[in-house]
Design a protein around this ligand. Sequence first.
Ligand SMILES: [Zn+2]
Length: 473
Amino acid sequence: MKNFRRGGKTRLFLLFVITRYKNLMSHMNLIASIALIGSVMAVGNFLSMRSEPIFRVVLDPGHGGISLPNIELHGDRFDSISKKYLSPFAEGASHKGLWEHELVYEIAVKTKHLLDCCAPNGDFAKFRQILLRYSNVEPKRIFIESYLSRGPSKNREEILKREDPNAEFRLYDYPNKNGNILPGRISRINSIKPHLVVSLHITKEYSTAYRGLSPVIVAPHSLLDQGLSYLQGKIAHKEFFTLSPYREWFAESAKKPLFHWFLSDVASYFTGYPLTDDGKIDIKSFKGYRYNMVTWAYRDPTGWENLARNHPEDSQYSSSIDRFIPNGKFWEREKSVYEFYRRDNGEEGFGGDNMYASSEIIRFILFSLHLHGQDHPHQKLTKPYISTWSVPLLVNAIAAFVELGSVANARHRYLFIHKQEEIAEGIAVGIYSLLAGIRLNKSSFRYLPKGKRLEFEKYTSPDGSCYFDKAVK
Ligand SMILES: [Zn+2]
């Protein structure tokens, strides 16, 4: 209760200062006004440092657009070298009339309603009542500004009538009809400089090993870098991969070994080119330089396309694995300690804060369903999907990425249709816990969350600048 009151007092005091300031303005000369503005700002800064910070959280429901046949117009991954989209738009999973993009949006909206209780002017008393079902300890009042990464997508007829139906749903920056580049979803997320991004997805295909809720994580740079050394012939053994916690790599099909898919993703991550079935660079399947397809602080300098289009050796644009050199801000960022915190080691033993945040949100969803009397053997935390996924790779925020289950599983379908409120509560309480921590009541529940907050402090460098703020210039 102490912290909760302190937040209220701070705001009342600020209101008092601002009101006094307005009354005084009419009586004062210019110089004195400037001095007062300065002092009010100083008091404001001081208070904001003393009181709780505002956490910025983006809820990112997957997909939303439509897989239209003409990729030239309707694709994603716009490549500014060829001025073409390199991928079709991924519209997500569907089964028997249930669509991933609709369900994850509905759940994200319900989650945002709950998180809005933690906004500076939110009804925290309401959220406090929910939190008290998870913990007997008085919850700390924290401040959360939450955002959705996209609008609704249910009305397909209306969307198809739009000039560019996939515009707001694209992950990557894209041109309008005048050729001006507009920010895609990843750029819009970065412009918010969030502390936490929560991407929500639903699968269709899954093996029994993934029958549940799954974290989705991006592998650490060190592992990918060893993959590059292997492809360059500098490492002869495969143990760096087969003995690593990241060895269960995401496979596009079971026809080839996981190590093949890993190496192909390594090649694509570094050079933009995947591998052919016989392990050579697939020169016909250019995937582009993804870090240059978003607006953020780690793009190569303006005009990089002029150099890149010839794919010169001994540069970051080399189409030869052996002559690839990781030059540029993005590759410096990849090697940074902050990316290590996000993607390696950490609370779960691997996968860094991203893996912890994804797993905690899943545990909170499962625990919320449990507290609401909804238990089922198909509700469990499974092993993660590991690859070089776009959203967690290309944001500075801690990235929780969750597959909520399968649209083809009867139990999951039941939850997606009838238990959205309970799922949203689990996500919202999980987000709160990642930001503030929760000491959970004792329980023998198998997937009891840890309730430990993320250590945001370690993302602040000695000069006081914060990694999350550095996502955009
Ligand atoms: Zn999806």
